[in-house]
Design a protein. Sequence first.
Length: 564
Amino acid sequence: MPEHAKSDDVVSAAITPQAQTVERGTDWETGTLQPSGLLNHVATEGRFSLQSILSPQGSNVSDVLNENICSTFSPEDPVQLGHINLSIAESLFDNFIKVLNPYISQLDPVLHTFNYVRRRSSFLFTAILAAAAKSFNTALYQSLHDYAESLLANTFRLGRKSIEIAQAVLILTYWKEPEDTRAWIFLGYTIRMGMDLGWHRLAPYPSCDQLTLSEAQKRETRNVQRTWYILFVYDRSISLQTGKPWMIERSTFIEAIESWCRDPLATDNDRLLGAFVTLRLLSSEVFKLLGPKSSRVLSGPLHSIESLLAIIKIRIEEWEQRWIHCLLKSDMIYSETCHPFLIRFYGTHLRLQLFSLPLQEILASSDPDISTNLEVLWVSYSSALEMLQLINRSTSFLYFAQDSIHVMTAYSAAFLIKLLLSTPESIACQIEHHVTAAINTAARIFSQQASPPGSSCTLQAKFLEKIMSDFEARRQEQRLQPSQSRPLGDDPHTRINVTLLDESGTSRPTDALGNGVTSIDDTLQAERNGSQSVRQEFSFAEDDIWADMFASAGFNIQEGVFFA
């Protein structure tokens, strides 16, 4: 056995269940009148089965639910089964750790070596290889992806639960097939798995129990903690963008993220994760205050929330500066990491989400007066534009970016098109050139990534090109009919509802993109008719209107996926 493989066995042997520091109440071990205190503790720690419940305390119950570390490779190992050559597998694994992992902060490069992961979990090992093959060896991708899917199905069927299984499921959601809409379901499945393993009771950092652990045990403990932090970010991100309830509650462990990031074992990827955790802690509660009118009580006119918006905007800017400065102090070369780009992109995206909420109410009112709310319009517009400009300045990071970046990019472009169609002509004509230039540049940059057909970059380029083509056709039609120009404050395009797209691709009605917008063909037909009554009946509140427009451009608003 090679020396590096032997070292992985040593690490594995050093890791025990006690290395996962979990908070337990004083009654947990002494017993209470609740099922968790009276029944076999094993049954409440990820092995809730009749066999576990009815086994005497202290007896050995077969661990059929967790993947065990063994001295030999699993019979499910993709290398031994001939799905991939060993040397190519090592190359793909190395590419994942060095290139893809910094985008998702999922694995510890010191702990998760090739042999460690291969022995620990064939499912995680295969998921990593499949994700890497999609970018680095497309000829092997389909076979590895299909095998990962079969392992997922088998894992779910047998009810297996482990940290590696949770990580594998998450990796399958980051670089999905274009038509895959399972991210929300997989997230819930993984969170429930983590709760069954006790992660929702993780002790806040630093824990006294960790002081006596070896470095290998500390890294294993941080592996669990890191995964729970990732699930928190994922959970809150989808929740605030879809209106669905989150599953992971705020806790002392979550709030201790900054101390966790200062640990000597923390990596640059951990610090990026820390930035996202603090951003979601900041944003989750704010959307309850700024949500649609039906879910909040307005004490007065719209200006009553302007102070709150100003405060949050400053907080987001401070957040960006702080965490980028934190990364600058690290050993990683600034120009070679995707982290500053991701921090700016997510911060700008949040500003767009926040300010699009009051903007929606302004444009949806019966008598919109945008002149008295120019800051809301300007911040929304400039944030969406800045997202595209960040894309245009960060070309080296686009090919490997996870799907959430592409969905947010599509959202920013769609929002700008929506803005041009929804604001008075006097404003639209001032911003149109900047919007079209940014979208056209982004489309060109995505098309120059040399991505294979069906990849996210290729689909993104086609989407941006199509919405610009449709928009320019509509503008040309307007120029041919000057009598149909929009009077200020009397335009049916201002009567809108909005839908916000999230990282996983689901939609939230009445937030930011378009719960209803007409297809461009319908808009052109209405203008050709030239009937004022038709214009008055034409409302952007119809559910399927915006969806039709973007479906024709190759993007499914409701599912947040591109059509292949």
